[in-house]
Design a protein. Structure first.
Length: 436
């Protein structure tokens, strides 16, 4: 017998002990209940189990989420904007509907029904059952299991289970890089408990099972279904968790809208002249592209043109010892693109940063760290951007997460090169589309 039916046996036996542990409960109703329970136990130990059949599930009022039995958590009485791209129509998210799970067939009056809800994650196991019949919580083998009473034909709507999951709390409550979830200082940022910042939220899922006991045929019929966040809704949940999150220190609280499902697409390939990472910093296999792929392609082509122009001009560059530096014949390296909110919280202090909107990239000189040639590469890229008028974007040199200051652009300890100090100190160049 499977562990699921062993669990049913345990549930029944515990209920027998509970009901008959006090003589006050021994009445006609209890005797009838005991008779039915013992009858069901006999069927369980002798009846064949029919093949699994699917349950009918309503998981969301979003058509695509519903088609995939997926969902998102939306906090009660909280207005959250949806539509993340520049040209997207902004609307407030509707409340998440309760999950409605139906048996796909009618049930005989003589049959008995029992529901189970199983999830393997203890940290998001709480649910709110809206059906009239009682649910009892049982833990077994690392699973959290909710099982209904054995439902007879006098139980209203026993073929329909309605429940709402409780949202996974987001920690910390204040957005600050370097502050861990336990309040202690760490090398990088915080993020939600149990979340791998390099990847994504936990895939919250619920396995639902209805066991119908046909007493006449002495058979168990098993109906099953699964409600689980798909990758698109996992991404959307990250934005919901971070919407209006408190900012540490100066600046606005989190105000980046939640993406619509159709704003989340597969990660496109990068320009052939660009090395490094994917346009997405997550492991979802998806991203939000609000112009970042187009900008990456335009910028890299522009850099290649400018590099070739400098090489043809025969201009020379020198270090402080007046040794000539060869113009690097190297491609740019993509270090960052779209960033999901959990990774952004761990990685950056830019609470409302455009990386999360799919509108920013970080480009790095593809030479060893502290190599003097990196200044030449950034210089080429900077001049390529400054001397064009068709890329509608903002760019800045950055080092260790901060933008170069005006003084660093005006100082130059290598005047023979004509390259300001900012380009020697920089470790990447940030480029993003312009938002109103």
């Amino acid at each position: 017998m499977s562990s699921r039916y062993n669990n049913q046996w345990i549930i029944l036996w515990n209920e027998v002990l509970r009901r008959f542990s006090n003589t006050e409960f021994i009445d006609k109703a209890c005797i009838v209940w005991l008779y039915n329970a013992m009858l069901l136990m006999c069927v369980m130990f002798s009846a064949p189990v029919y093949a699994k059949q699917p349950l009918t599930i309503l998981s969301s009022d979003n058509a695509e989420s519903r088609a995939n039995n997926s969902f998102i958590f939306i906090p009660e009485n909280k207005k959250i904007l949806q539509g993340i791209k520049r040209d997207a129509g902004k609307k407030y998210l509707k409340p998440q509907v309760p999950f409605v799970v139906d048996l796909p067939v009618s049930v005989k009056d003589t049959a008995l029904v029992q529901w189970h809800i199983i999830t393997s994650k203890l940290d998001y196991g709480e649910i709110n059952v809206l059906s009239d019949f009682h649910m009892e919580k049982v833990k077994s083998d690392g699973e959290v299991i909710w099982s209904s009473e054995i439902l007879r034909n006098d139980t209203a709507d026993r073929t329909r289970l309605v429940f709402k999951p409780q949202p996974l709390a987001h920690y910390p409550g204040i957005y600050k890089r370097g502050r861990g979830t336990d309040g202690k200082r760490r090398n990088k940022g915080g993020g939600t408990v149990a979340i791998d910042f390099r990847k994504f939220n936990p895939r919250i899922s619920y396995y639902i099972e209805a066991v119908v006991t046909d007493l006449e045929k002495q058979a168990l019929i098993q109906y099953t279904g699964k409600i689980a966040m798909d990758n698109k809704d996992m991404i959307r949940q990250e934005y919901i968790n971070h919407y209006n999150i408190n900012r540490y220190g100066r600046g606005e609280n989190g105000n980046i809208p939640v993406p619509k499902r159709d704003e989340i697409t597969k990660t496109p390939s990068v320009n052939i002249h660009l090395l490094g990472n994917s346009l997405s910093e997550s492991s979802y296999g998806l991203m939000i592209d609000d112009g970042v792929a187009s900008i990456a392609g335009l910028v890299v082509d522009l850099y290649e043109q400018t590099k070739n122009k400098y090489k043809k001009s025969k201009k020379k560059f020198f270090d402080l010892n007046k040794r000539e530096l060869k113009i690097p014949d190297t491609k740019l390296w993509l270090s960052g693109g779209w960033r999901n909110p959990e990774r952004n919280e761990w990685f950056s202090n830019a609470l409302n940063g455009i990386h999360q909107r799919g509108g920013a990239i970080d480009l790095v000189a593809n030479v060893p760290h502290s190599d003097k040639r990196s200044a030449i590469i950034y210089w080429f890229l900077w001049n390529a951007l400054e001397n064009q008028n068709y890329i509608k974007a903002f760019w800045q040199l950055e080092a260790h997460g901060r933008a170069m200051t005006t003084k660093e652009y005006t100082e130059d300890i290598e005047p023979v090169n004509g390259i300001p100090d900012a380009f020697d100190k920089a470790d990447h160049i940030h480029i993003n589309i312009k938002y109103d």
